[in-house]
Write a new protein. Structure first.
Length: 96
């Protein structure tokens, strides 16, 4: 990040922290939750999601999912439509 931008953003840290504190003390429950999440994310880091696939490693599960998507896409015919055909369809008032 360019130094001037870093310096400008650095000068906004205190007002940003005050805004988060005000949101935490405010009456809007949505803002309180967002502010609380931001504090926790900054102090402890964002929560990491873990996925466990029984009987196979994550790479194999990913490849199997991609194969399933590929099979699904082959089941649905792909129709090539030229731009002039789209104009004809829309000129006739038909939905695509």
């Amino acid at each position: 990040m360019p130094k001037p931008i870093q310096e400008m953003l650095g000068s906004l840290v205190e007002p940003a922290a005050k805004a988060i504190a005000e949101a935490l003390q405010g009456s809007d429950p949505r803002l309180k939750l967002i502010a609380a999440q931001e504090v926790f994310n900054r102090v402890y880091g964002k929560a990491q999601a873990t996925v466990e696939v029984k009987g196979m490693d994550a790479a194999t599960a990913h490849i199997n999912a991609l194969r399933a998507l590929t099979a699904m896409s082959k089941a649905v015919p792909i129709i090539d439509i030229e731009p002039e055909e789209i104009e004809e369809i829309t000129d006739e008032g038909q939905a695509i």
